[in-house]
Ligand binder design. Structure first.
Ligand code: ADP
Length: 602
C-alpha cells in the first residue's frame, strides 16, 4: 500500500499525461484487435463463407461495391495498411509522451532529493554511506521514473488487451471466449506470488548493490592511501566478496525469472492448444468456420501477449516499489531546518558558553559535561586538549551542526537556538583540517563562498593566508586549475586556499579546526600576525595541538574529560601544573629553541 502511495505521490502532478498515455495504449490495442478481423473477412471471402465479420458496417458495405475478389483482397489489404499507419502515428505520439513523462518525473525526483539531502543534518551525513546515497539519487530514480512511462501503461494495457481481445472473440463465439480466458486466473494467482518474491529479492539486491557502490567509491577516493599501504589485495578481496554476493543474488533472481517465464510460456502453449481443439470441435458441430477459428487464434496471440509480458512487468513493478521506498526513506528524514531559529541579529562576535552539556544520540556517555567560557568580540582563543576531548564538537555546537542538550550558548547575548541557522553559518566560518577544493581555478576556489569576488578582496585574503606570492609563481597564477582535474597542491597550499576562502567575506567569527597545524610554524605565525594586524578585528577560535600556536592567543582553554580543566593566558598556564604545562614542556620549548637555532623569528 505504501508503495502505491509513493507511486501516486510522484505521478499525481502528471496524472493527465499518465491517463493520456494509458488511453493511447488502449486505443492502439483496440485498433490492433481489428487486424485479425480483416484476415477473417478474407478467409471467409475465399472460402465462400458467411461474411458476418465484426468490422464496421460502412467498411463492409464499401467492400460489397466490388465483385472482383482480387480487387476486394487488395482493398482489404490497403485498409490494413491504413490502420497500421494510424497506429504508427499514435505510437509516435505515445513514445514522445512517455519520454517526456519519464524525464519530468525523474527531474522532480532528482531536484527534491538533492534539495532535501542538502538540508539533512550533519549527524545524518555522518551516519550514512555516500555510495548508498548516490545510488538512491541516480539508479533508484531512473528505475522509478521509467516505470511511470513504461511499465505502468503496460500494466493497464494488460487489462485493456484482455478485455478488448475477449470481446472480439465473444462476438465470434462466446464458448471460445471462456475457453481462451482459462489462463487469466491462473496467471493472476501466480503473478501475486511472483511479485512477493521479486519485492523481497530486490530489496536485498539493492542493499548489496549500494554496499558495492560504497566500496568502489571509498576505494577510488582513497587510492593513494591504498597504494601507500600496499593494501590492494585486501581492497580487492573486499570488493570481490561484495561483488560475489551481488552476482549470486542476481543469478538467483534470473533463475527464478527463467522458471516463471518458462512456465508461463508453457501455460500459454497449453492455452493455444486448448482453444484450437475446442475450435475444431465447434467447427465440426458447424458453430464456427475456418475464418472464425483463424481470427480467434490471431486474437489469442493478442490476448496472450500481456500474460507473457506479465512477469517482466511484475519484476519492474517490484523493483520500482523498492526503489521508491529507498528514495522515500531519505525524504522522510527530517530536515535540519525544521528546528530553525528566526532571528538575524547583527553579529559582533561575543560568545558565551554556560554549563553546556552534549551527548551523541548513539553514545551512552556525555562528551561535554558543563562547559563555560566567554570570548569578547575581536579576541583570539585557543582550544587545546587530547584527541577526542571534544574540541571540534564545541565548534560544531557553535555553528549548530550539532545541538547542545543542556546549558546555554549565546552570541552577542542572543541564545544560539534563536538565530536562523543559515544566517549563523554565514557569520561563523570554519576552516576544516581536511579542506575540500572544487575542480576550479585557485581564484574561483577562494571566491566560492562570497558574492563579492573582486580581485582586490581575493588578493588581499590570499596575502593574509600567505598564499599570494606562491600563486603568482604558478604558470597560470590565480587561473591555475586545482582539485581533481588540475594541479595537485601541497597539503599546506590547499589549507591556505581554504583559509583565504573564509577570509574574503570577513565574517565576525572564524574558527580554525586544527587547520593551522598542517602549516609549518613560520607560515602559521605569519598568518596569525596578519590576522591580528587587520583593521577589522574578528573573533578567532583556534583548535590546535601546537602549543606555540596557542601561546599567542588572548585566552587558552584546555579541555579534558568533557570539562575545561584549565583556562588562562599562556603566561598564566605555564606556571600552573597541568596538561598545558606538560604539553608546553614537551613541544613548545623544543620548537622555540629549534627555531631560534635556525635564526627564524618566533
Ligand atoms: P577532538 O576534536 O577533540 O579530537 P571531537 O569533538 O572530534 O574531538 O570528538 C569527540 C569524540 O566524539 C570522539 O571520541 C569521537 O569519536 C566522538 N564522536 C564523534 N562523532 C560521533 C558520533 N556521531 N557518535 C558518537 N560519538 C562520536
Amino acid at each position: 500500500m505504501k508503495g502505491l502511495k509513493n507511486l501516486y505521490k510522484w505521478g499525481k502532478k502528471y496524472i493527465l499525461y499518465i491517463f493520456l498515455i494509458i488511453g493511447l495504449n488502449a486505443l492502439l490495442q483496440w485498433l490492433y484487435s481489428y487486424l485479425p478481423l480483416f484476415v477473417q473477412y478474407v478467409f471467409k471471402l475465399l472460402r465462400n463463407e458467411d461474411l458476418n465479420v465484426n468490422l464496421p458496417k460502412w467498411l463492409t458495405n464499401f467492400y460489397d461495391n466490388y465483385t472482383d475478389i482480387i480487387q476486394v483482397i487488395l482493398i482489404v489489404a490497403s485498409s490494413m495498411i491504413a490502420l497500421q499507419a494510424v497506429r504508427s502515428i499514435l505510437r509516435f505520439i505515445n513514445n514522445y509522451l512517455t519520454g517526456f513523462l519519464t524525464e519530468k518525473i525523474a527531474n522532480d525526483m532528482r531536484i527534491n532529493l538533492y534539495d532535501h539531502i542538502g538540508d539533512l543534518s550533519y549527524t545524518y551525513h555522518n551516519r550514512v554511506d555516500t555510495g548508498d546515497l548516490i545510488q538512491r539519487s541516480t539508479s533508484d530514480i531512473d528505475t522509478s521514473s521509467g516505470f511511470f512511462s513504461g511499465k505502468l501503461p503496460d500494466l493497464f494495457n494488460i487489462f485493456f488487451t484482455i478485455f478488448i481481445g475477449a470481446m472480439q472473440v465473444y462476438k465470434i463465439n462466446p464458448t471460445l471466449m471462456w475457453v481462451s480466458l482459462i489462463i487469466v486466473p491462473i496467471s493472476g494467482i501466480s503473478s501475486v506470488i511472483y511479485f512477493k518474491y521479486v519485492y523481497r529479492t530486490f530489496k536485498r539486491i539493492e542493499d548489496l548493490e549500494s554496499n558495492m557502490t560504497t566500496i568502489i567509491q571509498e576505494n577510488v577516493n582513497s587510492s593513494r592511501v591504498v597504494r601507500a599501504f600496499s593494501n590492494e589485495k585486501f581492497e580487492f578481496e573486499k570488493m570481490d566478496k561484495a561483488n560475489k554476493s551481488y552476482s549470486d543474488s542476481i543469478q538467483k533472481f534470473s533463475n527464478m525469472m527463467a522458471i516463471y517465464w518458462g512456465s508461463s510460456d508453457g501455460m500459454v502453449m497449453l492455452q493455444y492448444v486448448l482453444t484450437f481443439s475446442v475450435g475444431i470441435i465447434l467447427a465440426k458441430q458447424g458453430l464456427v468456420d475456418v475464418g472464425d477459428i483463424t481470427a480467434c487464434l490471431l486474437l489469442m496471440g493478442m490476448l496472450i501477449w500481456p500474460i507473457r509480458g506479465l512477469g517482466r512487468i511484475i519484476a519492474e513493478f517490484g523493483k520500482t516499489i523498492v526503489a521508491l521506498g529507498r528514495i522515500e526513506e531519505v525524504l522522510e528524514e527530517p530536515s535540519e531546518f525544521i528546528d530553525n531559529g528566526t532571528l538575524m541579529p547583527q553579529i559582533n562576535g561575543n560568545i558565551e558558553f554556560k554549563n553546556v552539556k552534549f551527548k551523541f544520540d548513539d553514545d551512552n556517555k556525555s562528551l561535554l559535561n558543563g562547559i563555560s567560557f566567554n570570548i569578547n568580540a575581536g579576541e583570539t582563543i585557543a582550544i587545546v586538549g587530547k584527541t577526542g576531548s571534544g574540541k571540534s564538537t564545541i565548534c560544531n555546537l557553535l555553528t549548530r551542526m550539532l545541538e547542545y542538550n543542556d546549558g546555554s550558548i549565546k552570541i552577542d547575548g542572543i541564545e544560539l537556538k534563536e538565530i536562523e541557522k543559515r544566517y549563523l553559518r554565514k557569520n561563523i566560518k570554519i576552516v576544516l583540517q581536511d579542506p575540500f577544493l572544487y575542480s576550479k581555478t585557485v581564484y574561483e576556489n577562494i571566491g566560492i563562498t562570497t558574492k563579492a569576488k573582486d580581485e582586490t578582496s581575493i588578493h588581499r585574503a590570499s596575502k593574509i593566508a600567505s598564499l599570494h606570492d606562491e600563486v603568482m609563481k604558478f604558470e597560470n597564477g590565480y587561473d591555475t586549475l586545482v582539485g581533481e582535474k588540475g594541479t595537485t597542491l601541497s597539503g599546506g597550499q590547499k589549507q591556505r586556499v581554504a583559509i583565504a576562502r573564509i577570509l574574503v567575506d570577513e565574517s565576525p567569527i572564524i574558527i580554525f579546526d586544527d587547520s593551522l597545524s598542517a602549516l609549518d610554524t613560520k607560515t602559521d605565525l605569519m598568518i596569525r600576525s596578519a590576522l591580528k594586524n587587520k583593521d577589522k578585528k574578528q573573533t578567532m577560535i583556534i583548535i590546535t595541538h601546537r602549543t606555540t600556536t596557542a601561546k599567542e592567543a588572548d585566552k587558552i582553554i584546555v579541555l579534558d574529560n568533557g570539562t575545561i580543566s584549565q583556562i588562562g593566558t599562556h603566561e598564566e598556564l605555564v606556571k600552573l601544573d597541568g596538561l598545558y604545562k606538560d604539553l608546553w614542556g614537551i613541544q613548545g620549548e623544543l620548537e622555540e629553541e629549534f627555531y631560534s637555532l635556525l635564526g627564524g623569528e618566533f
